[in-house]
Design a protein around this ligand. Structure first.
Ligand code: NAD
Length: 244
């Protein structure tokens, strides 16, 4: 702990698909909700998975290849610098299934919608690494049943880490949402909880949501807008000033 910690508020960050757009990964597009050209209902719902698990696994196998090849951009790197400077005070929650925060060196990233590199057995409910391609009839390495599903929270399923999120939203002094449309629940409600608990709230997006719960909306690509914001925070702390 250094003296500057006294002026450094707890910061909770929520990231969405937009933070990875500058790394070449597609966000959801249009009102119909296309993800890499596929209908969200077909590839990100349990009904879609039960109807055609082969297609769903092929979609995530191909997404896995794409995400493994992708590199973190300046927005991921800026958040990593912020967290490295104040690890105990910065929590990163992501809706993304990619691993670009980790690739940028960020520790303890909470993937509330799961991870592309894991599979969940629907028989024994154990999650296991799935770095290579998986077929819908592959056996679970623990129970042997062919019941593997991508360990990705589909629409209608309960996200991970919600208790921890609530705890951090209650105690943070600053809440920052980056590259998220604010239409996927419950992540869309995080800003309201943070605000009700007295946090200053910031949105970084190419298209501001217009959500009045945000005190400040910074418009532009996160890779361009987030690094100077993080620099401002870090230099204010060095000068023992509270920016917020
Ligand atoms: P979304 O696709 O609904 O919205 C993306 C948001 O990012 C939009 O508001 C858009 O204006 C903004 N944006 C686009 N480019 C940006 C940039 N360069 N800088 C800043 N903002 C930018 O994303 P969501 O709100 O995260 O919800 C989508 C769901 O889809 C999530 O649950 C996630 O699991 C999944 N998803 C994940 C990935 C990934 O892992 N990379 C990609 C697509 C979808």
């Amino acid at each position: 702990m250094c003296a500057a910690d006294g002026v450094f508020p707890e910061i909770a960050v929520l990231t969405g698909a937009g933070i990875s757009a500058e790394s070449g990964l597609a966000t959801f597009r249009g009102a119909g909700g296309l993800w890499n050209g596929r209908r969200v209902e077909d590839v990100a719902t349990i009904e879609g998975f039960k109807k055609d698990p082969d297609t769903v696994w092929r979609f995530y196998n191909s997404l896995k290849k794409e995400t493994v090849a992708a590199l973190p951009n300046d927005a991921h790197k800026a958040l990593s610098r912020l967290q490295k400077a104040y690890p105990a005070k910065v929590s990163i929650f992501t809706q993304n299934v990619d691993l670009l925060h980790e690739k940028a060196g960020t520790q303890n990233v909470y993937h509330i919608h799961g991870r592309i590199d894991r599979a969940l057995c629907m028989n024994c409910m154990r999650s296991n690494p799935s770095e290579s391609e998986i077929t819908f009839d592959a056996p679970c390495p623990f129970c042997g049943k062919p019941a593997l599903k991508p360990d990705i929270v589909f629409f209608g399923e309960v996200p991970y880490y919600l208790d921890l999120v609530q705890q951090k939203l209650s105690s943070c002094g600053v809440f920052i949402a980056v590259g998220t449309s604010g239409v996927v629940c419950p992540a869309a409600s995080f800003v309201f909880t943070a605000k009700e608990n007295g946090a200053k709230t910031f949105e970084f997006n190419t298209e501001p949501s217009g959500n009045p719960a945000f005190d400040t909306a910074v418009t532009g690509k996160a890779g361009e807008t987030l690094p100077p914001f993080v620099d401002k925070i870090l230099s204010a702390v060095e000068r023992q000033e509270n920016l917020f």
